[in-house]
Design a protein around this ligand. Structure first.
Ligand code: ZN
Length: 404
């Protein structure tokens, strides 16, 4: 949807964006919009004025209807976008879009511009998983977390391992023994810190380990790390430093490592799907109709959706008998033009109209949530991902059981 909205341009500053926080008094928003109508009547350009006024009217109408059944904004607030998106002076195509975002809206905004203001919604979609970072050598270790673009140093440790040469009357063997004990003590402390810090992050995506020389590899293989922490290690690489500077080095490479991890994950999901296709149990489904049937029966364990899927789910209603049915289409506008020539499947009259248009991905996500189905998006950057998009029309499902 953001992609679609980002492509819209007004001829003048006539596209309206309204952001409403969850605690906003909707009556006040209505009042503000009416005030804006007053201001807009001073706009010099006749076509811009007309477009802004009719967009404002549309938003007010929308809110009025919304408030008939709801007292308050949705739990995360809402964003409304409205304006003449025809991009031409001779055509008026005033459209209203509204979004209930995945995270709460934190800013109130009314903006009239040549394009819609989408940045607050984009920000919500940015990856916010946490990545654990550890740089170490024999003397020093630094633990940090990376969340979005924020790096925070969580723990710093130094070793008490004595220098390489013995002093005073110690025997070389005894000195070597002391060094080993001190090194082990240090490794244990680093492991304890890592176990404590990283295991306590619920959405930890991966851990990246760095440092000069082989100490880090020895550490990883020492058995000191808890299994669940060790399993999260997604990359090990050489850095020159073991302090904040070393953490910076890791951060600069983290993007590539995470992208690789993501691709590995996608490939393994797709492999599971492909293997399911040829397996005897046949616990996979493809084709939209079959997948929807399986979803409705709670049979889908994992739904794979291609990031390239661009379709709409429309609800069609017969004005004569009231019969309603749904279809999936690429271009709802084109579909709308063809409707007058179609007969109602129930009463046969030709009075069909579209009463609801939803983004297909969103509609599937809602359904999946209802039936406790896990959803994974698959990019179109890998061969496997391209196959999902083209050969399987963007959808695949791994099943818990065969639907009846
Ligand atoms: Zn009918």
């Amino acid at each position: 949807m953001l992609e679609e909205l980002a492509g819209k341009r007004g001829r003048g500053t006539e596209l309206i964006s309204v952001y409403i926080t969850p605690d906003t008094d909707l009556a006040k928003v209505m009042q503000q919009l009416r005030d804006e109508q007053g201001t807009a009547s001073n706009i010099k350009s006749k076509s811009t004025r007309k477009n802004v006024l009719s967009a404002l009217e549309r938003i007010i109408q929308f809110l009025r209807t919304y408030m008939e059944t709801n007292r308050k904004p949705p739990p995360h607030g809402m964003a409304i976008f409205c304006g003449n998106v025809a991009g031409r002076e001779d055509i008026a195509d005033v459209r209203l879009y509204w979004v209930e975002p995945p995270e709460p809206i934190t800013i109130r905004m009314y903006r009239c511009d040549q394009e819609f203001v989408l940045e607050p919604l984009r920000e919500m979609l940015r990856v916010k998983e946490t990545v654990g970072l550890l740089v170490m050598d024999r003397r020093e270790a630094t633990l940090a977390t990376l969340r979005g673009k924020n790096v925070s140093i969580v723990r710093k440790l130094t070793s008490a391992v004595p220098g390489k040469h013995s002093k005073g009357g110690q025997s070389a063997r005894r000195f070597e023994r002391l060094r080993e004990i001190a090194a082990h003590e240090y490794a244990k402390r680093v492991a304890e810190a890592a176990n404590e810090v990283f295991a306590g992050i619920p959405d930890l995506k991966a851990i990246i380990v760095g440092g000069p020389g082989p100490t880090k590899e020895d550490f990883i293989n020492s058995g000191l790390l808890h299994d669940q922490v060790k399993r999260k290690i997604g990359g090990v690489l050489d850095t020159g430093y073991t302090d904040e500077q070393g953490i910076k080095e890791l951060v600069s490479k983290a993007g590539d490592i995470l992208a690789d991890l993501e691709i590995l994950k996608e490939k393994s999901l797709m492999r599971r799907f492909m293997e399911g296709l040829v397996a005897k149990e046949n616990l996979v489904a493809y084709g939209e109709r079959e997948i929807r049937r399986a979803l409705e029966q709670g049979a889908v364990e994992l739904l794979l959706i291609s990031e390239g899927l661009r379709k709409h789910r429309i609800t069609i209603r017969c004005e004569v008998c009231g019969h309603e049915f749904q279809e999936t289409v690429g271009d709802p506008d084109l579909h709308k033009k063809q409707l007058p020539a179609r007969n109602c499947p129930k009463c046969g009259e030709r009075k069909l109209s579209i009463v609801r248009i939803q983004d297909e991905v969103q509609e599937l996500l809602d359904r999946a949530e209802k039936f406790n189905t896990r959803v994974e998006f698959v990019s179109t950057e890998t061969e496997e991902g391209k196959q999902l998009q083209t050969a399987f029309k963007g959808l695949g499902a791994i099943l818990r059981f065969r639907p009846s």
